[in-house]
Design a protein around this ligand. Structure first.
Ligand SMILES: Cc1cc2nc3c(=O)[nH]c(=O)nc-3n(C[C@H](O)[C@H](O)[C@H](O)COP(=O)(O)O)c2cc1C
Length: 390
């Protein structure tokens, strides 16, 4: 009997609770409700006993599913995607949801306000979001100050970008400046060349510009490695709106420059399957369920070219363990999510890790990478052992 990944995993308590909280949150403006929820969670952590209670509820009983990627040991393969904690303000509360790691940012060298509000929109029927935030953030100095004021709760990726008013031919200077400031605090750095909300940013994915950017970053990484005595891997975060030729070109360049990972993908400018929905006309990047297949396609194409030589972090439309498993079997080594957290609530991380663990057990192996190696080469699942359970 095959394991049914859609089968529910024991998270009913959180789901029930979130079912009551969600309609209240969804009455509020989306950006306001994100900020309030995170702000309230952070405040709650200052009340005696609350942090411990939350940790017990969400994190403590989480099944660990360790995996080694980029030379780092992740306690489980489900991470928080960039954009939720842009200013590194909510480390412990987010880590306590059970994420294997957090990716913070995007942070730019100088502070900037981002696009005018309203800039975040919900599409509840599609379990999707459209955002055009535009890298609103406190800048690297404020970001580092926030980081230093908190304990490090686990592995941290830091996602960097360029300021809106930096011309595209000077973009590398911004990435280098941000890299220098955050290098001592990051377990890995994500280079974001794929946000659709900073004019011209995606041009950095074109061959010559990408070639120049990757070589500048690798040179700076080598310099910082020597200076700090610590090697910090760098991942490239790419868009889902790339054709096969562009994906192949990116794969060739990351191999050539020995980049440490690729994160696939950011939000999409397309509106797959929701073209006729009135809200599809809202300008911005689409995330959540409608993005899922598009980003899995990019993961699959990349994996076909990279063949495990460079790890892939799969992100886009992951809402349950089956979605996460699909990304992993398509070639991802790790996965991340953002929109799924908004629609399914804080229990989602625990639910996905538990579901993935069942997939691993179904292959009768102890290790996620072994299970994935089998799944990717279509090794059949072992027959269930009926003698023990009979
Ligand atoms: C409101 C919002 C803000 C985001 N901000 C960033 C960002 O600053 N940097 C970045 O690399 N990705 C950002 N993203 C993209 C996510 O990290 C992720 O790649 C994308 O949403 C797809 O994953 P999901 O479908 O699980 O949300 C943002 C997404 C959302 C919804």
């Amino acid at each position: 009997m095959r394991y049914d990944a859609r089968r529910s995993v024991p998270v009913r308590g959180h789901k029930q609770l979130y079912k009551f909280i969600r309609p209240v949150l969804f009455q509020l403006d989306p950006e306001l409700s994100h900020n309030w929820s995170l702000g309230l969670l952070r405040q709650a952590y200052h009340l005696p006993g609350i942090a411990a209670a939350l940790r017990r509820r969400f994190a403590d009983r989480i099944l660990s599913l360790p995996v080694e990627v980029m030379g780092l040991r992740f306690p489980n393969p489900v991470g928080l995607a960039a954009g939720l904690d842009k200013n590194a303000r909510y480390l412990q509360p987010l880590a306590d949801l059970g994420f294997g790691w957090l990716e913070l940012g995007t942070v730019t060298p100088r502070p900037q306000a981002g696009n005018p509000k309203k800039r975040l929109f919900r599409l509840p029927a599609q379990e999707a979001l459209i955002n055009r935030m535009g890298f609103n953030n406190v800048g690297v100095t404020g970001f580092v100050k926030n980081l230093r004021a908190q304990n490090k709760p686990g592995l941290l990726g830091i996602n960097i970008g360029k300021n809106r008013d930096t011309p595209i031919d000077k973009a590398a200077d911004d990435y280098i400046a941000a890299l220098r400031s955050i290098y001592p605090y990051a377990d890995y750095v994500a280079v974001n060349v794929s946000s659709p909300n900073t004019p011209g940013l995606r041009e950095l994915q074109e061959t010559n510009k990408l070639q120049d950017l990757l070589s500048a970053l690798k040179a700076e990484q080598a310099r910082l490695h020597k200076k700090a005595g610590k090697y910090v891997p760098i991942a490239l975060k790419i868009a889902p709106d790339l054709d096969d030729t562009e994906i192949a070109m990116i794969a060739r360049l990351v191999l050539q420059h020995r980049f440490d990972a690729v994160i696939a993908t950011n939000t999409t400018l397309s509106r797959p399957g929701i073209e006729t929905v009135p809200q599809a006309a809202i300008a911005g990047g689409l995330s959540g369920r409608p993005l899922k297949d598009l980003s899995t396609r990019v993961v699959r194409q990349l994996y076909a070219k990279l063949r495990g030589q460079i790890p892939i972090i799969g992100v886009g439309g992951i809402g349950n363990a089956a979605d996460a498993w699909e990304k992993l079997t398509a070639g991802a080594d790790l996965v991340q999510l953002y929109t799924g957290l908004i629609y399914s609530g804080p229990g989602i991380v625990k639910s996905i890790v538990a579901g993935l663990k069942e997939h691993v057990n179904a292959y009768d192996v102890t290790d996620l990478s072994q299970a994935l190696a089998n799944a990717r080469t279509n090794v059949p699942l072992p027959e269930p052992d009926t003698t023990e359970s009979a």
